[in-house]
Ligand binder design. Structure first.
Ligand code: GDP
Length: 370
């Protein structure tokens, strides 16, 4: 059998099939590479020529190996999460892997939340939720990877907490980790030729090492797909629709008992019992919300999913998972979270509600953020 062809940058086995995974190289580029004798995967190619980090996805097994590797290092761990999708961006079991290493928790995409929300309150909320997950971060920082200015503040924190050690940046996919690292690269002048890639020992995973000024490295690790996110079930176009791009405008609905809200065709909220009251919806401004009677909701969905209730679009309906129902009794000010889509805030206790999401996507309740 022939030896597998490997990227000369990171050592990943070259493949031309799956775009988002390690070693991907477009056919054309592979051909050229073979002619010149220098085959790079697309990720290393972009890094070399455009100074740009690209996302790659990992399998669960590879990811576990990666976490184990990180646990055995003496380093600062920077865990990037998406504050709009906190539940969907947690790294399951991270606290078990970090060992004694300090963790800096970075809540990215803060620009999506209402600007009126106080940062101190959000930071406190993040801290509490992290503790619930067993994670005890040294510090919590809110940021927006799109804004170079905020990256300066992040770099300062990293500099303070790393105390001369390496820095590992970890996160699930889609939290903005690549955007953030690309900003850091831009901020760190003159690294162009010194960015290196190397492998985690005993794995085929590549890591990208950005040299810091004292001989240590900032290391970008591949992300893992969080299966319970809505994003996992939607195509790119739909994803653009449900992933907010700018500050979310909360939508307030006064509902009577036995009324239903549809969020496009991807989620549904039933108000079952508790008298007339208001509900605040935090979802992408581009996602249409339809109100109807609870008793008519099933029929409406069956009839109109794919057209009036979009996404999914018509040609995607067939492959779209059925909506599954989760019922909750509200005991305090609570958010009903549809993983990756947004949430509905219920201010007063006593209501009985149900949240519906595509099979496989989590609907959870949490202490309200806002
Ligand atoms: P990664 O998978 O964690 O590397 O995430 P990416 O860097 O590829 O970003 C995922 C998506 O989130 C992209 O569409 C980015 O444009 C967007 N994004 C990244 N950072 C921010 C941010 O701070 N605010 C907002 N609104 N979007 C962001």
């Amino acid at each position: 059998q022939n030896e597998a062809l490997r990227c000369i940058g990171c050592g990943a086995v070259i493949q031309t099939e799956t775009k988002d995974t390690l070693g991907y190289t477009p056919e054309g580029a592979l051909k050229k590479g073979l002619e010149t004798g220098e085959v790079y995967c697309q990720r290393c190619f972009r890094l070399r020529h455009y100074n740009e980090i690209q996302d790659v996805h990992l399998t669960d097994d590879d990811f576990l190996r990666l976490l184990n590797e990180i646990g055995s290092q003496d380093a600062l761990i920077v865990n990037v999460i998406d504050i709009f999708d906190f539940n969907g961006s947690l790294l399951p079991g991270l606290h078990r892997f970090v060992g004694d290493n300090p963790v800096l928790l970075v809540g990215n995409k803060v620009d999506l939340l209402p600007h009126s929300l106080k940062r101190g309150k959000m930071t406190q909320w993040l801290k509490e939720r992290a503790h619930e997950e067993g994670l005890r971060p040294l510090d919590v920082l809110l940021t927006s990877a799109m804004k170079p200015k905020e990256m300066e503040a992040l770099l300062e924190k990293i500099e303070t907490y790393r105390a001369g050690k390496d820095v590992y940046v970890v996160g699930v996919t889609n939290v903005g980790k690549s955007t953030l690292i690309n900003q850091i690269i831009k901020n760190t002048a003159g690294v162009q030729d010194v960015i290196t890639t190397s492998q985690f020992p005993g794995t085929t995973l590549d890591k990208i090492e950005i040299p810091l000024d004292d001989g240590q490295f900032l290391i970008d690790t591949p992300g893992i797909i969080h299966r319970h996110q809505m994003a996992h079930y939607l195509g790119d176009k739909d994803l653009k629709l449900i992933a907010p791009k700018k500050e979310i405008k909360p939508m307030v609905y006064q509902l009577n008992e036995e009324q239903t809200l549809f969020f496009g065709g991807v989620a549904r909220f039933d108000y079952i019992k508790g008298g007339r009251r208001s509900f605040v919806c935090y979802v992408s401004n581009d996602l249409k919300i339809h109100r109807t009677k609870l008793e008519k909701a099933d029929e409406l969905y069956a009839k109109h999913v794919g057209e009036m209730l979009q996404p999914p679009r018509q040609d995607e309906v067939q492959d779209f998972p059925e909506l599954v129902r989760f019922e909750f009794t509200i005991k305090e000010k609570t958010d009903i979270v549809f993983a990756g889509l947004g949430w509905v805030t219920i201010a007063e206790p006593g209501a009985i509600v149900a949240g519906w999401a595509p099979k496989g996507v989590d609907v959870v309740i949490r202490k309200s953020l806002i």
